[in-house]
Design a protein around this ligand. Structure first.
Ligand SMILES: Nc1ncnc2c1ncn2[C@@H]1O[C@H](COP(=O)(O)OP(=O)(O)OP(=O)(O)O)[C@@H](O)[C@H]1O
Ligand SMILES: [Mg+2]
Length: 254
């Protein structure tokens, strides 16, 4: 079971969009995927138009949770919205405040992937997500503030490794909102590669309005516009996450 956090301390960089579409693409490929919404904005349950009663808020306080099947092979845990903020306050007074999620989920079985959608802050829930997950994808929306957000997230990951001794690693920095028509996108991408080298994923998620429109219809991009740039980019990301490469094999037939 691979546990991946989608995290950066900058808001609006495409974290939730990445979680939803990456998770659905992996589910379509036959993997069993659980998405855990760690953000009190509760955008994951909104995206699938479900309202579970018990979410992450209840999971970290009572150990009880509703796991909802939203598509074949795809399951979600809602954050609990405002209740998650209240649970974080309760959690802050506990001794295992930084590792509770890992403790309550240590009996989780039956999934190939667990993907956590994280809030754009450095809070206790995010520290719990980092302690639970093995790998992190950091979306960078091709601008200066997003690069700063990535830098802060990388140093938080280092801190978790050193202070708590949990061996979470960076799966990669993911270029999002990539726009070929602007020089800033290419320049920011080149700077990221210069600074972080192999840590930058080969897949780039281009700006694609259909990704936004899909959410309005409670669909993923693979349902709303399967032949769009957005669908291709998220397919390539799923391939890169699953196999370490996003190259589509070219089959030569006689
Ligand atoms: N590649 C893209 N092209 C066009 N629009 C996009 C793209 N990715 C995301 N969006 C849109 O941008 C907005 C922000 O995306 P999203 O909610 O995924 O970001 P986020 O990082 O999860 O935000 P937050 O930090 O608030 O949780 C949404 O309206 C989403 O539909
Ligand atoms: Mg989000």
């Amino acid at each position: 079971m691979r546990k991946i956090a989608i995290m950066t301390s900058k808001g609006g960089t495409g974290k939730t969009t990445t979680v939803i579409n990456l998770a659905h693409c992996l589910a379509l490929s036959g993997k069993r995927v659980l998405v855990i919404d760690c953000d009190s904005q509760a955008n994951v349950s909104m995206a699938f138009d479900v309202k579970p009663q018990k979410g992450l808020a209840e999971l970290i306080t009572t150990g009880d949770v509703d796991i909802v099947k939203v598509r074949p092979n795809l399951f979600i845990v809602d954050s609990g919205g405002k209740r998650l903020v209240e649970s974080e306050l309760v959690l802050a007074r506990q001794e295992d405040r930084e590792t509770r999620l890992q403790r309550v989920l240590n009996r989780l079985v039956g999934c190939d992937f667990v993907i956590c959608d994280c809030p754009p802050t450095i809070n206790l829930i995010n520290i719990n997500a980092l302690n639970f997950c093995d790998q992190v994808i950091i979306p960078v929306s091709m601008d200066f503030f997003a690069c700063e957000g990535a830098r802060k997230t990388l140093s938080l990951i280092d801190e978790i490794r050193e202070r708590i001794g949990h061996s979470v690693t960076v799966l990669g920095l993911l270029a999002t909102f990539f726009d070929r028509r602007t020089r800033i996108s290419q320049r920011t991408y080149d700077q990221l590669v210069e600074q972080y080298g192999q840590l930058v994923l080969a897949t780039r998620i281009r700006i694609n309005t259909q990704l936004k429109e899909a959410q309005e219809k409670y669909q993923t991009i693979f349902e709303f516009a399967p032949y769009s740039h957005g669908a291709l980019d998220y397919f390539l990301l799923a391939k890169e996450v699953a196999n370490g490469s996003n190259r589509i094999p070219i089959e030569v037939k006689d």
